[in-house]
Design a binder for this molecule. Structure first.
Ligand code: UD1
Length: 344
């Protein structure tokens, strides 16, 4: 396959980043992975190279460091785009250490945008945003025009402010074209089971908590509340397979790389469009894994929203992107990944 453009993927050894690197590579892009390994493992690089059967350039860089970012851009002046995943993402930690989140998530973003401006060539920029920007939406499914609520956490605020910084920058600098992708709940692993999610410490998210409980790393799952106004009383989320999510980045990138494309900033929801309750997720896990999960009902988690699922029409139509994989596919792959981690 002939080589397409050269793309920097920051946070390329993280959960979504690593899967996106694989998709980019299989589409013929030349990829440069940038990661500081603060919340990822170098083993993921091995997993990626096992899948793509090729070496990939890896730069271990702390994007908070302006000089390192400058050096990175000086070394790779011929890039066409950047997919920017690198960010801290633990909601709870962000409440305890807000400055770490503002410095890491926004400082890095600003350093990159400054170097984009210095490059003075046409650049495509894809930003990892989150459905957290909507808070508890008044209208379901959630459209991109839904109002943005005051963020529940410093992490959520960095996503809101990050979007605003990029939008403002796109207005002032006409050589950048950018898309923010608002992810719903990414789960699952690559079908090869070479890469997957690697939560450090106790997972905050539902799926890794379920698989770690089933494998015996955690005693039991606490379901955070069953007295919500939903069909079974548990919260509803839109769980999207990380492979579908990774492919959405390729579609977004193709759009902004296209010189015919005039709009220089846009946002898209990336979800499946279907919501599942926590209890439905547990039942699905038990079905696909043939494992009885140890769980109990506990109190509500502070800051949890009741129900969130995406209206995906905008991404379906404009990006020509559709989520194709099911909740079963995603949970089964996450389970296989957990079993593989135990064998290592
Ligand atoms: C969280 C973040 C969101 C982020 C997303 C993906 C909030 C408000 N939002 O979403 O910004 O993009 O993670 O990383 O925190 N649950 C349990 N027991 C558990 C863990 C979770 O019952 O041990 C429930 C939660 O109450 C929730 C659902 O499972 O209803 C999903 O939780 P989680 O995986 O943490 O994702 P979100 O809270 O939706």
């Amino acid at each position: 396959m002939s080589k397409k453009s050269k793309i920097i993927v920051t946070g390329g050894l993280g959960f979504i980043g690593s899967h996106t690197v694989v998709e980019l590579f299989s589409e013929g892009y030349e990829v440069i992975i940038v990661d500081d390994l603060s919340n990822s493992s170098i083993d993921i690089l091995k997993g990626i190279t096992n899948i793509v059967k090729s070496d990939i350039i890896f730069e271990k860089i702390d994007l908070k460091n302006k000089i390192s970012v400058k050096e990175l851009f000086n070394k790779h002046k011929d890039i066409s785009g950047i997919i920017h995943f690198a960010a801290s993402k633990a909601i709870g930690e962000s409440v305890i250490e807000p400055l770490k989140y503002y410095e890491n998530n926004l400082g890095s973003l600003i350093n990159i945008l400054q170097e984009i401006e210095n490059l003075n060539t046409n650049i495509s920029f894809i930003f990892s945003s989150s459905c957290t920007v909507y808070g508890q939406a008044l209208n379901l499914p959630i459209k991109e025009i839904e109002s943005i609520k005051k963020a529940e956490s410093p992490y959520g605020n960095t996503k809101q402010i990050g979007e605003e910084i990029i939008e403002d920058f796109c207005k002032s600098y006409n050589k950048i074209k950018s898309i923010s992708l608002r992810y719903f709940n990414p789960i699952g692993a690559h079908p090869s089971i070479e890469i997957g999610e690697l939560p450090i410490g106790k997972p905050e998210n539902l799926i890794p908590f379920i698989t770690q409980t089933a494998i015996g790393k955690r005693e039991k799952l606490i379901v955070f509340g069953n007295d919500y106004p939903t069909q079974d009383g548990t919260c509803i989320r839109d769980y999207i397979h990380v492979i579908d999510l990774a492919k959405a980045h390729i579609k977004a990138l193709e759009r902004v790389l296209n010189p015919e494309q005039k709009s220089n900033y846009d946002v898209f929801n990336i979800g499946t469009g279907k919501g599942y309750s926590v209890m439905e997720v547990i039942k699905t896990f038990e079905k696909v894994s043939s494992h009885k999960l140890n769980y109990t009902i506990g109190p509500r988690r502070k800051g949890d929203i009741i129900e969130a699922y995406a209206d995906t029409k905008k991404a379906n139509k404009i990006l020509d992107w559709h989520a194709k994989l099911s909740l079963e596919d995603a949970i089964l792959s996450a389970w296989k990944w957990e079993k593989k981690l135990q064998e290592l």
